[in-house]
Design a protein around this ligand. Sequence first.
Ligand code: SF4
Length: 398
Amino acid sequence: MNAIAEVLPIDLKRETIVPFHTFLWKVASRCNLNCSYCYVYNLGDDRWREQPHFMSESVARRVAQRILDHCRAHGKEHFRIVFHGGEPLLGGFSHIETLVTILESTFADSGIRFHVGIQSNGLLFSEALGDFMLQHKMSIGVSTDGPPKYNDRYRVDHQGRPSTAALEEKLTLLLSPAYRPIFAGVLCVIDIDSDPVEVFDYLDAFNPGSIDFLFPLDNHDRRPRGKEHDVRVTPYGDWLIAAFDRWWAGSGKNRVRIFNSIVRQAYGLPSLVESLGLDPVDLVVVETNGEIEAVDSLKSAYNGAARLGYNVFDHDFDTVASDAAVQRRQLGANELSETCRQCHVVNICGGGYLPHRYAAANGFDNPSVYSTDLEKLILHIHYVVRSTLAAELESVTA
Ligand code: SF4
């Protein structure tokens, strides 16, 4: 039995496979930064030490072939690859070029299309890489937690030195007209000690197109800062509400995916983020050595939490998609704790992100440790949207 199945009740199973759509490749297992909150290196799981530094050509060829077989078996005409790490650019431009060439040659003449995105800290971005990415219609998202006084608190290198100045230089290059088409947005981990309006304004000023706010990867055993003594308090919900109000009052030129997802779901549209909503999860992770894992950030929970026991040399993706632990994340409200199933905002919240539900005592059979934050944020956004629509209706009918 794999690690997740051990802590999830597995009496529920889908009758059909949900084919994977997003394949997250851990193309490098080391990083040039050492962010103190990083789930790969500084939280529950230290198996990265056993991983090769970079994904080899033989692993990449095997994964690409497995994806091709999976797409053909399910009539899939397109899919997504995300190069992740560690820092995915650590192997240099030639490593990225090799991986993309392998993908393109595997899918040549297949009629199946794919998009390659990179999630990076941005520090190793170069013009050569940008030109290659433009040519191959790739995209890149970059992590930053806001202005230097906040970003440099946690996002430091292995000597503890700050990273913002170097990142801002790269962002200027990435957001120049030449490379703007490949820029996919910024990703920001919430620090409740930061000023949400200041952080939002800083990110918004880059005009990144898309902003992702992420909750820190904590759970019921390792409580988030500000919720150590009482999980019912809502510092993260309050932080996000302040950022939302700023966003809602502004030009809205940049999408904020958590806010857009809440509004969209209220009107029956799918969520834009894996961490919200009841849609089946169709993402799978391939480690640097070819192991196939469940959601990568589960590593924050405990050692081996993401392990499924499969690898691309011995197992195909249908076998993985049939695994009870994978299917648990595709069962909608049926997979959630009793508290979540009874919750009035469950259709939008979806019980919160899986790693946030963890407690050693009962695995993932809990609401998110951010439950009250999520509920407050969802209700606030609904209230604001409905009030705005009501005011507009009144002005039309007056
Ligand atoms: S708000 Fe809380 S109880 Fe409701 S679905 Fe989300 S995590 Fe579960």
